[in-house]
Design a protein around this ligand. Structure first.
Ligand code: PAF
Length: 279
């Protein structure tokens, strides 16, 4: 496995693979990899001849008061995980490689980024769409793998790829959870012991919503209030949002009569965590 720092090197390597007729899978990440990322890489390895993983903490997707500086980084640990999972190349660029001095082009999207996480993170998805576009243009993969935990991100990337005619198959992969149900996330490392216990309230409250739906409840309001009631029992938790939206437009629904995304964002102490399920 190679670790490369420049777009030029990635392009050359991928061009050589292409000459041999090899297929290319791509897993974009911000590093500090966990079992969730590992499952994406392993799936990519199964479905492609070669796999590129990018490790880049993208400053453009963090708001001013967000955790860009404190976001955990450990390229040595990431390399070990990638190598074990069967990755061929890690692309680990510096900020200056991705955003040159005169950088001024952005990819933005109407509607889909406006609700859910986009409400409290207004510039986030512009940063995600811009960096993912750049990474797609550098790696030119056949398939790219994204986790379902960031359900809005996955929906936005799928829309962008369709709207802008990228020739890339976007593959969504299931959420990987800790034994007690907490969705794996690099940000879980911010939690102290007490907060870590409290964080289980996200998956526990969603379970309650899911079971209501499985038992025939169709009112979004009732499901949301049951989820809310459970979260409010946890004193360290503060709700950012609880929403039930349709899968295509990410617009709120009143009645559950199509495929919906039930998504929540909750602060546990200072750490903002997200979780969701699709039904
Ligand atoms: O999901 C992430 O880790 C990031 O948003 C991504 C897709 C790597 C873009 O920086």
């Amino acid at each position: 496995m190679k670790i490369v720092k420049t777009a030029y090197e990635v392009r050359n390597i991928v061009n050589e693979w292409r000459k041999k007729g090899l297929s290319v899978g791509f897993v974009p990440t911000m590093g500090y990899l966990h079992e969730g990322h590992q499952s994406l890489i392993e799936k990519a390895v199964k479905e492609n001849d070669r796999v590129v993983v990018s490790v880049f903490v993208n400053p453009m997707q963090f708001g001013e008061n967000e955790d860009f500086d404190s976001y955990p980084r450990d390229i040595d640990r990431d390399s070990e995980i990638c190598e074990k999972a069967g990755c061929s190349v890690i692309f680990n660029p510096d900020i200056s490689e991705m955003y040159g001095e005169y950088f001024s082009s952005f990819v933005n999207m109407n509607t889909l980024p406006q609700r859910l996480c986009g409400k409290s993170r207004p510039i986030h998805f512009k940063g995600v769409c811009t960096v993912v576009t750049k990474l797609f243009n550098i790696v030119c993969p056949d398939r790219a793998y994204f986790g379902q935990k960031d359900a809005q991100q996955l929906a936005i990337i799928k829309r962008m790829v369709s709207d802008l005619n990228f020739n890339i198959n976007i593959i969504g992969c299931p959420i990987v959870r800790e034994e007690d149900g907490l969705a794996k996330s690099s940000r879980n490392t911010y939690l102290n012991a007490e907060e870590r216990k409290a964080a289980v309230v996200l998956s526990r409250s969603l379970k309650i919503g899911k079971s209501l739906m499985e038992n025939g409840e169709k009112s979004a309001e009732k499901i949301i209030s049951a989820v809310k009631e459970e979260i409010n029992k946890e004193k360290l938790a503060k709700i950012d949002y609880i929403e039930i939206v349709d899968m295509n437009r990410l617009q709120p629904v009143n009645e559950i009569n199509c495929q919906v995304l039930v998504a929540i964002a909750v602060y546990i102490g200072k750490t903002r965590l997200i979780d969701n399920f699709i039904m």
